[in-house]
Design a protein around this ligand. Structure first.
Ligand SMILES: [Zn+2]
Length: 135
């Protein structure tokens, strides 16, 4: 069984929100891309995105995707992380509790699918609890 400390260290290692920033137009892309999707420039540099941000907008999917029938409703949100905006899935929150401007932070969840026999982790976002127990 994983202790809280071990889970926390695992999260630190796995949550690497790396994107790319275009040095021509400043567009930030996540996941990282070799070329800027806005201006086409290949002059992009890797940047670390903040782990905390807020919900810009969201949608709730009640129609399951094949293989994820038990996962509805899925809450898909556009989350603002500093200057970047990323599309992600929210977790640990009821669909009717989500609101625009809600503070959220990155977390990891085990993927329901094994990839080549190995456990796979995916990054999701969860609400930031006001009385955080860490630190
Ligand atoms: Zn660009």
């Amino acid at each position: 069984m994983l202790t809280i400390q071990r889970v926390w260290r695992l999260q630190e290692k796995l949550i690497k929100l790396v994107g790319t920033e275009c040095t021509k137009c400043g567009y930030i892309c996540y996941p990282p891309k070799a070329a800027c999707p806005r201006c086409g420039s290949r002059e992009v540099r890797e940047i670390r995105l903040p782990r905390e941000g807020k919900v810009v907008t969201y949608t709730i999917l009640n129609v399951p995707v094949e293989g994820f029938e038990s996962k509805v409703p899925l809450i898909i949100a556009l989350v603002e992380l500093g200057k970047a905006r990323i599309l992600t899935q929210l977790t640990d929150v009821e669909a009717d509790k989500v609101y625009v401007g809600m503070p959220v932070e990155a977390t990891i969840r085990k993927s329901p699918q094994m990839i080549e026999g190995a456990t796979h982790y995916i990054i999701k976002f969860k609400p930031i609890e006001k009385q955080s127990s860490r630190q």
